[in-house]
Design a protein around this ligand. Structure first.
Ligand SMILES: C[S@@+](CC[C@H](N)C(=O)[O-])C[C@H]1O[C@@H](n2cnc3c(N)ncnc32)[C@H](O)[C@@H]1O
Length: 256
């Protein structure tokens, strides 16, 4: 597959810096190792090399979902791939499903959700902050997924417009304010996921899930360690992201 105008590339510099860029006409991208004429990528394949104005080789790589999520323009904390991955697994999101997300924040999780439900599903991304919502929308557009996402400016306690959705995801400081509305919006057997950084938030969330007809409630934390590999001295890196959030999951029971 040859790279064409409008495609995205992950440009890898000789000193292992990465840049997520869209190939546009006459665009020169400035780097610490000289300017890159992005049109030079047109007609090349992923894995091939283009050169900066100072003759340094940059490899054209195909962006992954992780690259897209990690490179969003951030106005808020984002959900990291390690957490997004288990959210998608445990909620069972797949092609054709409808999912409500609140708050959309910077749209990082929105991108992962839209990717999971593509090409026929739908993400309803709510947030109460207009500036954040605008940025999230732009990030989702740049990931080429805007056809799958509807953005809504709304305070969570005011509820959601949708009914019978498959999944609701809450990533906001007081998820319990959205749980009654989530319970009304989710179909029987549908799933909920909530992300919170502190134990007291988790306790309150679980109490509210129990009160609002959710079962199989569980809370997990995902710790990811990177390993420095070097023959004879392979070991974990000294530093890691020690904490992002606790993830709470539940399933909707139908009450008659
Ligand atoms: C941590 S950010 C979400 C990050 C997002 N999941 C991502 O991956 O980019 C939390 C968001 O919740 C929104 N928020 C907080 N309280 C809210 C409420 N009561 N109703 C609606 N949105 C709310 C904030 O405006 C903020 O954008």
């Amino acid at each position: 597959m040859k790279i064409k105008l409008g495609d995205f590339v992950l440009l890898l510099s000789p000193d292992e810096k990465t840049f997520l860029l869209r190939i546009r006409e006459k665009r020169v991208f400035g780097t610490h190792l000289g300017g890159i004429n992005l049109e030079d990528a047109v007609g090349k394949k992923y894995g091939e090399v283009i050169y900066s104005s100072s003759g340094k080789p940059f490899i054209l790589l195909e962006p992954t979902l992780e690259d897209r999520v990690m490179k969003v323009r951030r106005f808020t904390q984002i959900i990291y791939p390690k957490d997004a991955a288990i959210i998608i697994f445990k909620t069972g999101l797949r092609d054709g499903m409808r999912v409500i997300e609140c708050g959309a924040g910077s749209g990082a999780l929105t991108i992962a959700l839209a990717n999971a439900v593509a090409p026929t599903g739908r993400v309803y991304a709510y947030d109460r902050d207009e500036k954040f919502l605008k940025n999230a929308k732009k990030n989702v557009e740049e990931a080429g997924l805007s056809e799958l996402v509807e953005f809504k400016l709304r305070e969570v306690s005011e509820g959601f417009d949708e009914e019978d959705v498959d999944v609701v995801i809450l990533d906001l400081p007081s998820p319990w304010e959205g749980i009654p509305a989530a319970s009304r919006a989710i179909r029987g057997g549908g799933r909920i996921a909530s992300i919170s950084p502190t134990y007291n938030q988790v306790e309150r969330t679980v109490e509210s899930l129990e009160e609002n007809g959710f079962v199989l409630i569980e809370t997990v934390e995902v710790l990811l360690r990177h390993i420095r590999v070097s023959t004879g001295k392979t070991r974990p890196f000294d530093r890691m992201i020690g904490h992002t959030g606790f993830l709470t999951f539940g399933r909707k029971k139908v009450t008659i």
